[in-house]
Write a protein that binds this ligand. Structure first.
Ligand SMILES: CC(C)(COP(=O)(O)OP(=O)(O)OC[C@H]1O[C@@H](n2cnc3c(N)ncnc32)[C@H](O)[C@@H]1OP(=O)(O)O)[C@@H](O)C(=O)NCCC(=O)NCCS
Length: 189
C-alpha cells in the first residue's frame, strides 16, 4: 500500500499544535524565571517593596544583600555580596553593572583557592553601601569598601574606587566627581 502525504489540513493542524506547545513552554519558562527571582529575593538579608530584578543576573551571597524599596536592577548585573551590599530606596542600577564587596590578595600563593571563599580571613572583604535614589549608568563597577551618597549619579562605564559624596555626578576610570546636583534636602522618592 502507498502511504499518502499529509494534506494541507493536517499540516495546519500540526502547525497549530506545535505553536501551542511552544507558547506553553515559553509561558512555563517565564513563570519558572519569576519563581526563581522571587526565591532569590526571599534569600536576601532584607528586601523592600516593589523591587525589580531583571534577568539574567548573578547574585552571590544573597543573604548579605540588603535591598530597599523601589530598587531597580537591570539585566546583566553581578553583585558579589559576601561582605555586605546595601542598596538604598529608589536606587536604579542600569544594565551590565558589577558591585563587589569581595576582593582577593594580590600575590598568587595567598590568592590560590580563595576565589568565592566566604572566609573573611582568606579574602579581603569590605561592605559596599549605595544610598537612596542613586543611579548607576550602564557598565558601572563599584569596588569593595565604597559608600555612595544619596542621589549620586555614577556615569556609564565609571569604575568607582572611593566613596562618592551625596548628589555627586562621577564619571571615568577611576571615577572622579564632575559636579554636584542641586536637589532639595526634602526630596524623597
Ligand atoms: C554621567 C551622565 C549622567 C552625565 O550626563 P550629563 O550631565 O548630561 O553630561 P554631558 O552629556 O553634558 O557631558 C558632560 C561631559 O562629561 C563627559 N561624559 C558624559 N558622560 C560620561 C561618562 N559616562 N564617562 C565619561 N565622561 C562622560 C562628556 O563627554 C562631557 O565632556 P566634555 O565636557 O569634555 O565634552 C551621562 O553621560 C551618563 O553616563 N549617563 C548614563 C546613561 C545610561 O547608562 N543609561 C542607561 C539607561 S538606564
Amino acid at each position: 500500500m502507498v502511504a499518502h502525504a499529509p494534506g494541507p489540513g493536517r499540516h495546519r493542524l500540526l502547525f497549530r499544535r506545535v505553536n501551542l506547545l511552544f507558547r506553553l513552554l515559553s509561558r512555563l519558562r517565564r513563570e519558572l524565571d519569576a519563581w526563581e527571582t522571587r526565591r532569590l529575593l526571599a534569600l536576601c538579608r532584607s528586601c523592600g517593596q516593589r523591587v525589580v530584578l531583571e534577568r539574567p543576573y548573578s547574585i552571590y551571597s544573597p543573604e548579605q544583600l540588603t535591598l530597599g524599596d523601589d530598587v531597580i536592577i537591570n539585566a546583566f548585573c553581578q553583585i558579589f555580596a559576601g561582605a555586605g551590599v546595601t542598596i538604598g530606596d529608589g536606587t536604579l542600577i542600569s544594565s551590565h553593572c558589577a558591585i563587589s564587596s569581595v576582593t582577593h590578595p594580590l600575590q598568587h600563593p595567598a590568592r590560590k583557592g580563595v576565589l568565592y571563599s566566604p572566609d573573611p580571613a582568606e579574602s579581603l572583604h569590605r561592605p559596599v553601601v549605595l544610598g537612596r535614589n542613586v543611579w548607576l549608568g550602564m557598565g558601572v563597577i563599584v569596588l569593595p569598601g565604597v559608600t555612595v551618597g544619596d542621589h549620586a549619579v555614577l556615569g556609564a562605564g565609571a569604575v568607582v574606587t572611593a566613596d562618592v559624596p551625596a548628589r555627586a555626578v562621577v564619571t571615568g576610570v577611576p571615577a572622579r566627581v564632575q559636579r554636584l546636583l542641586e536637589i532639595p534636602a526634602s526630596s524623597s522618592l
